[in-house]
Ligand binder design. Sequence first.
Ligand code: AMP
Length: 486
Amino acid sequence: MDFHSFNLHEDVLTGIDSMGYNKPTPVQEQAIPLILEQKDLIACAQTGTGKTAAYLLPLIDRISHGGYEHTSTLILVPTRELAKQIDEQVEGFGYFASVSSIAIYGGNKGDDWEQQKRALTTGADIIIATPGRLLSHMAMGYVKLDQLNHLVLDEADKMLDMGFMDDLIKIISQLPKQRQTLLFSATMPRKIRDLAQQILQQPAEVNLAISKPAEGIDQRLYLTYDNQKLPLLEHLLRELDVQSMIIFTSRKSNVTPIVRSLKKMNFTAEGISSDMTQDEREKALQGFKNKQYQIVVATDILSRGIDIDSLSHVVNFDMPQDAEDYVHRVGRTARAASTGMAITFVNEKDMYRVQKVERLIERELPKLALPDDFGPGPAYDPTRRDGGSARHRGGNKPGSGSKGDRHRSKHHRGPKPGAAPRPDGAQPKQEGSERPIKLAGQPGAEGEKKSGNRNRNRNRNRNRNKNREQGSSPASSTPATPQSNS
Ligand code: AMP
């Protein structure tokens, strides 16, 4: 199957060509026809499957040829990173199809609010927004969504994890009831099904069986107490040949100590967490993409928004909360090269998750012994969910080695005895939540610059399309890759 079988318009197909997409991915194959039929859709698909284009392409096709004179499409996303990535994809396709978009997300520069306000007042075909920030703008009365035709919830499970449920409901209650709603989520827990029931009408379903990690990936688990993790990472880094590595951790308080420790070992490394300004985050990500840094340390909440693959190594400093997340992260290695390594540290509280992963990938993962001088780690017991007995709670067992002790005060921040284990480590809401944080960077400045450029771009596209209709060849003036104004 190729993209021509979808009956998309020529300008959209040209955009697809220019992005270098030859063949639809499975989620695109299934979702695009359903969206073109204007059905509501609930789709279980992760980042990396091509899910963004799965909804953008049919929506852009409709917007570009639907003659809408108003904002027709709202895409709600959990993080500013994802908002920016989607915005860039619209811009890529929108170079050929005449579609404009604006990304609305928090920032910490005083002036971005005004600039976003101006962009929203001017309007665009597509608004891509994080819920908290959009709601704040909506409260001011200048966001015009009264004629909205399409609503997309992207990474819906992440939005609910981050505490955006109430904001979502508030936003959706202000939208026209007659609309097409598309819900994309990496996982389908009960709360997503409940949300879908509230906001979708007789949805079609796309459910992608998760692809198992490639055979070439060397997957390793180490059973460790929390305070053994950093010394173990240091130990492994001395032995590995690291070209490019991402280290995921559930706790943002881990990011700085890990980065510090990597730098001490002469690795070039940067951290990415919500404690950083957006500028810093983008710089770190860009530096990594440009191979300026070998290693990026990122918090879980931001992990799905990070569009990086072809890594030589992935380290789960903490066991991922969802088995699907594990598979997705591990799949970031061994793409370009035929081999890659994925290392996961599993503490006594997370052992039950190992079985979930093993069931999903239909394969037992090797549990490697800690190096000799580390002393014993926790014994493997996948039935334990509660953080274990008192004998384990303090971190290392007595005599487990001085390396762990060095880091105990910093790294032992487990639940208090008797407390229910947090599923994803400390402070999940604050980590990625838009609202408590005065957001960083100059998205507004950029938003306005972009929207100004976009309007120009849009006119240019319209002219381009007009020229095309009049028979002039676009190929001669068409760049090989889509232009980006960002
Ligand atoms: P997503 O799952 O939407 O985050 O997409 C992951 C990556 O796959 C992005 O870099 C997309 O540009 C890319 N992509 C999406 N669809 C295709 C396709 N049909 N062919 C090649 N690359 C694609």
